[in-house]
Design a protein around this ligand. Sequence first.
Ligand SMILES: Cc1cc2nc3c(=O)[nH]c(=O)nc-3n(C[C@H](O)[C@H](O)[C@H](O)COP(=O)(O)OP(=O)(O)OC[C@H]3O[C@@H](n4cnc5c(N)ncnc54)[C@H](O)[C@@H]3O)c2cc1C
Length: 457
Amino acid sequence: MAGLQDVAQYLNVGIIGGGYAGMTAAVMLAERGIPVTVFESARQLGGRARGVSCNNTQLDNGQHILLGCYRHTLDLITQVGGNIEQDFLRLPLQLTLHNHFELKAPALPAPLHLIELLAIRLGWQTTPTNSLVMLAGLMSAQGLTLKQRLSAARFMLAMRKRNFLLPHDVFAFDLLKAQGQDEALIQLLWEPICISALNTPVHKASAQVLLNVLRDALNRTRADSDMLLPRLNFSALFPERAARYVKKRDGAVLTSTGVEAIIARNDEVELRTARGSMHFSHVICAASPAASARLLREVPQLAPVVAQIEALTFQPIYTVYLQYPENVRLPHPMLGFDRCFSQWLFDRGPISGQPGLIAVVISAEGVHQELEHEQLAQKVVQELSVQLGITAAPLWHQVIAEKRATFACTPNLDRPANTTPLPNILLAGDYTEGDYPATLEGAVMSGIRCADLIFPA
Ligand SMILES: Cc1cc2nc3c(=O)[nH]c(=O)nc-3n(C[C@H](O)[C@H](O)[C@H](O)COP(=O)(O)OP(=O)(O)OC[C@H]3O[C@@H](n4cnc5c(N)ncnc54)[C@H](O)[C@@H]3O)c2cc1C
């Protein structure tokens, strides 16, 4: 019987797309000694999480945030040479809607804190101390009545009791209402969490996926709910390091090299680019959903997969960057506004050493989409002035609109699997089957699954 090493010598994997999913698959396979070639159509790596240069300033296509529970992503960044504590500003969970609401994970009293440390040392991944922290946080949240705080805590306990699993998926709003969460509580607490995590309004979002995120972020160790704000741009944080890692192991990473066609044969797959064709034992298609559907449409056996991808709908994310004079600061590195165009504001001074640079994030669909970029920037400037008294005029601004930032994370979504009807063509990407909404962690996990399907560790 052929051993794994015998199989390995026949493997040669082409990866379409140098975003987080594609570069993850490349790292995992290169680590296992499998020859890989990554094709990226853009000039730089990173896809929907990439560095962008503007006015001689390093920005991202959108301000991203990672959670402490994104273990696969954090481990992978470390594997390719990153240092999590240096690469990120780590903030304990704190949701502040300016002048309206504040939820903080409180410091645990000494004995509970020791129990937590002991539990982590013993490797009990499911230590319940973060639940205690969360419940204490909910009970001391400012801006809620006692009744609202109690009903939020009861909701978390009820979900924990059922292991954060629903018998059938429903809209997040309907679950919250059924669980006694009133409109104000939904608006101040659950809607901002839902929009940040799922990039989908609470009326349209999947309750089950929201619970998956709550389970992983709020229910285990305290560090899982930490918010990690990157100090580096998103291309530098992982994909560029991953490319160096892959090249050191004899892999190839070809930027500005889009794949134009996939030709599937019984024992190999041909990828055509403007520079010529290459042949592979396996191909992982890790392009965005729209680009993947375009490429796979030409492979008749993959029609059912294409239909699944084409049924997805999408939600936007807008980021308004405002460069103020260097002395302008926010009261917290991350701050929310209630009932404004501006949802979350990030002060890039303490985050990435860019004083005066504020990134304002507007997630999911909304009336802001009807405004010209210039009008939207002016609205946001006005909001910062009214809410925070920032009267200085920005020196420059830049609006980056990602119109198809993520798939709309609606209930019972039929997401494509990583396998396809053709055993030598696989799919990776944040939109493929999984527990998570469209996130870096979801993208990374899909890349790992594809690598494992081709050549298990
Ligand atoms: C503005 C914004 C903010 C976000 N904020 C967060 C956040 O805070 N936290 C979080 O976890 N997630 C966030 N996300 C989601 C996260 O960025 C995505 O889930 C993740 O980057 C998707 O990675 P991917 O590899 O699946 O796809 P992509 O990043 O889309 O990668 C696909 C790659 O394929 C390339 N490609 C396409 N066609 C071809 C072709 N024919 N040939 C070769 N290459 C091709 C593309 O250029 C691209 O580089 C955000 C997304 C956006 C847009």
